[in-house]
Design a protein around this ligand. Structure first.
Ligand SMILES: [Zn+2]
Length: 391
């Protein structure tokens, strides 16, 4: 188990990050997310850039102020959504021109503009702008794409270093003092050289992303070159793009070997409850996936007894709980018959309750993994991801 120290919160790892695309985990209010034990949320830069727009969020103090969330937040770079939602995108060395999926208007993302947007959104952890290589792709294409991602990582870092003080909460006096209080409360987490009086002004942490398609050699090269640029954490991107599950695992295992174990390692966009447990066991510290929330909205629920499709008629008279082994507020209160009725009647509450259970199941899975790691190995120290600046 590790601890990730971000400007807004200390996150116990391995951690699952629910996806809050538009500054909202669909159907679940923030106080409930806190109660479920969500430590860190993911926001999508592409969606937030289009709606409500970065400037609106920035003026509200960044995502934390805008969505009233005091815990940690990570934003992606927008690269993956541009890749997955825009068939007509045009990629050049400079960046990507794409059309909004909302109104067809034309937009441009580059490493610099992605950094500008992510600094304005003000998440604790932000991601370098990368190109997600499509699957399948030939080796030449995978190499060209990986090399551009490397150059984009350099540009992302350069822009970030020059503009990181523009973060909407970085210069806020109130935020600084509450940050200092939090530091005092977490006194045992301070490194020896760090004194209480320093109350550092913090900035976001920019993570690098390893690409290279499904080619293990290219993945290794991408990892080495990204580490050479130097980031406080590293992500494995470009997976869950249609490749077989065994290939995903092979690439993850091979890539992890080349990433520093004392820095956070983030596997992007993966996976089922079994997969997140497996990858956490292999040493992945952070994961995000739309699966628990998206599946919930389609009536697909993860339980200790396997997947349950709550829409099925067989549950119409089932008085039992959704998952007898789950202690969440849904399983401890409602019957399968009621959940099935809500879903069949297209009640908004169906989405809410289904999402609460699925998230609860994912978070419990990670809690169990952390527990077993704690028993087996003890704590694995991770270097903090926030830049501590001299006052
Ligand atoms: Zn439950």
């Amino acid at each position: 188990m590790g601890k990730l120290i971000t400007p807004h919160a200390v996150v116990e790892t391995p951690v699952f990050m629910p996806v809050g695309t538009l500054a909202s985990v669909k159907g679940v209010p923030q106080d409930l997310l806190e109660e479920l034990g969500v430590q860190i949320l993911l926001g999508n830069t592409y969606h937030l850039y289009l709606r409500p727009g970065v400037e609106t969020v920035r003026r509200m103090g960044g995502l934390h102020g805008f969505m009233a969330w005091d815990r940690a937040i990570l934003t992606d770079s927008g690269g993956f959504q541009v890749f997955s939602l825009n068939e007509l995108r045009k990629v050049t060395e400079e960046g990507v021109t794409f059309r909004s999926h909302l109104d067809g208007s034309s937009h441009f993302f580059s490493p610099e503009s992605s950094m500008e947007a992510q600094i304005g959104l003000g998440a604790d952890i932000i991601m370098a702008f990368d190109e997600c290589t499509e699957f399948p792709a030939d080796r030449e294409r995978m190499r060209t794409s990986m090399e551009m991602t490397t150059r984009w990582a350099e540009r992302s870092k350069r822009y970030f270093e020059e503009h990181k003080h523009d973060v909407p909460w970085g210069s806020c006096q109130e935020r600084q003092s509450s940050g200092a209080r939090r530091q005092e409360e977490l006194g045992e987490l301070r490194s020896p050289g760090q004194t209480r009086a320093s109350a550092p002004t913090q900035t976001q942490a920019l993570f690098g992303i390893v690409q290279g398609g499904m080619d293990l050699g290219l993945r290794r090269e991408s990892a080495e070159r990204t580490i050479e640029i130097g980031f406080p954490g590293y992500a494995i991107g470009g997976l869950s793009v249609g490749e077989p599950r065994e290939v995903t695992r092979e690439v993850v295992e091979a890539t992890l070997d080349h990433l520093p174990a004392d820095q956070p390692r983030y596997l992007m966009g993966v996976g089922t409850p079994e997969e997140i447990a497996t990858y956490a066991g292999l040493g992945v510290d952070m994961m995000d996936c739309v699966l628990p929330t998206r599946a919930a909205r389609h009536g697909l629920l993860f339980t200790s007894e396997g997947k349950v499709s709550i829409k099925q008629a067989r549950y119409a008279n089932d008085a039992g709980p959704l998952d007898p082994a789950c202690g969440c507020r849904v399983c401890s209160r409602y019957s399968r018959a009621y959940l099935r009725h809500l879903y069949a009647s297209n009640e908004v509450l169906a989405q809410v309750l289904n999402t609460v259970h699925n998230l609860s199941f994912y978070l419990d899975t990670m809690r169990r993994v952390r527990h077993s790691i704690r028993l087996g190995e003890g704590t694995r120290p991770l270097s903090g991801v926030s830049s501590h600046l001299k006052p």
